[in-house]
Design a protein around this ligand. Structure first.
Ligand code: MLT
Length: 398
């Protein structure tokens, strides 16, 4: 009889967004006449930019002739896309070696899979509240997790505590779910802490394209010393609308070298490469071809048009909360608006209240950690029409 990985028994019964889908399906089954508006999961609604579509078609056409047909590609991604990502970073003043970039099918997979190259006896530091994949993927390995509190008082931007030692630190900025963004000085505090503790920061930059203030860092590598202590994950899901198309990348600098227990110096870039070449066969050529158009001038302009659309939705949401005197965070450099549930309701109580009385679906803050209790998240990724209608319903209700 196989022995199962019993760490899975320590997980919550279902993944946050699966539980939400389950409750919404139940509600729609019982109320088929009601129009439910979903502002829960951060899934995009705008179509891909026309240059991306054109490049995807070119990718398909390449498969139609023997001269241009592609079979297995490099597990790390095609050079044309790795170079394009490096150029994108250079455009923001951050120098990245294309050899440090690994193309993948998205940040969710990579933030989960990165656990493979680290031992299970590491102390993992995770901010609370945060994207649930970091916690769940470490629980699956039976790892010890230490939490650091994000609260309304610290603007949901916890800073390192010198009295706590950690080996691996997860940071998401702009943060999912709170929309809070670390500034340069705050991220430097994390880099200094990681260097002092010989720790590695696992930096999730999935929402970097929503940052409009040039003073705010879009990458951990904008901070001096970060290449010696950080891995960065990014995704085209939110930057370019690839939630269904699937493409992302992970940057593992070659400067990340740590001593193994037998004294050998080990490169994390080499370990991740070993992991990927064994367990991953690369993102499809067609998708990478489409992704390369994201990083052209015209392609990025089309992506930014969609991002502006989502940010305008976020503004519409924020305006209602401001008008109603409800305390909220985010929405400015982020598609997420994080607010306090009214009348002291807890997060799931408010979820049910909103679904039953306004037919609007959001995400309960407690699904992102204990500190999220009493908070709720809405997303600007809906259509304009639905966002306006949802907020009219919410305004009437609250
Ligand atoms: C979210 O809603 O938090 C995100 O869409 C989840 C994800 O990106 O996987």
């Amino acid at each position: 009889m196989p022995k199962i990985n019993e760490n899975y028994l320590n997980l919550k019964e279902s993944y946050l967004f699966t539980e939400i889908n389950h409750r919404v399906a139940e509600y729609t089954k019982n109320h088929p006449d009601k129009k439910v508006i979903r502002l829960g999961i951060g899934d995009v609604t705008r179509p891909l930019g026309s240059d991306i579509i054109k490049a995807l078609h070119e990718g398909v056409d390449a498969m139609a002739s023997a001269e241009t047909f592609k079979g297995y590609g490099p597990e790390q991604g095609y050079a044309f896309l790795r170079d394009a990502v490096a150029k994108y970073y250079a455009g923001h003043g951050v120098s990245i070696d294309p050899g440090d970039i690994f193309i993948s099918d998205g940040a969710k997979s990579d933030t989960g899979n990165i656990t493979d190259i680290f031992g299970d006896d590491n102390v993992i530091l995770i901010p609370d509240p945060v994207y649930p994949v970091y916690v769940d993927s470490n629980v699956m390995c039976g790892r010890k997790i230490t939490y650091i509190s994000g609260t309304a008082e610290n603007g949901f931007l916890p800073l390192p505590d010198k009295n706590i030692h950690a080996d691996l630190i997860y940071i998401c900025s702009p943060n999912n779910p709170t929309g809070a963004v670390y500034n340069h000085e705050q991220l430097k505090a994390w880099v200094d802490y990681a260097l002092e503790n010989e720790a590695v920061i696992l930096f999730d930059a999935a929402y970097e394209a929503f940052i409009s203030d040039p003073e705010l860092p879009r990458s951990i590598f904008a901070i001096e010393g970060a290449k010696k202590c950080a891995i960065e994950f990014c995704s085209l899901s939110k930057t370019a609308g690839f939630t269904g198309t699937r493409c992302g990348y992970t940057i593992v600098p070659k400067e990340l070298v740590f001593k193994a227990s037998d004294g050998r110096q080990v490169s994390l870039n080499a370990l991740w490469n070993r992991r990927q070449t064994t367990k991953f066969n690369g993102t499809s050529y067609i998708i990478q071809k489409g992704a390369s158009a994201v990083f052209t001038e015209e392609g990025m302009a089309q992506c930014m048009e969609n991002i502006q659309y989502y940010k305008e939705n976020a503004r519409i949401i924020c305006d209602v909360f401001a008008k109603k005197g409800i305390r909220y965070f985010g929405g400015e450099h982020s598609p997420y608006i994080w607010f306090e549930c009214p009348n002291g309701m807890d997060s799931w109580e408010f979820f049910d209240y909103l679904l039953n009385n306004a037919q609007v679906v959001g995400t309960p803050g407690s699904g992102f950690g204990e500190n999220g209790q009493g908070f709720f998240r809405l997303t600007g990724f809906g259509t304009r029409e639905n966002t306006i209608e949802a907020m009219e319903r919410i305004e009437k209700l609250l």
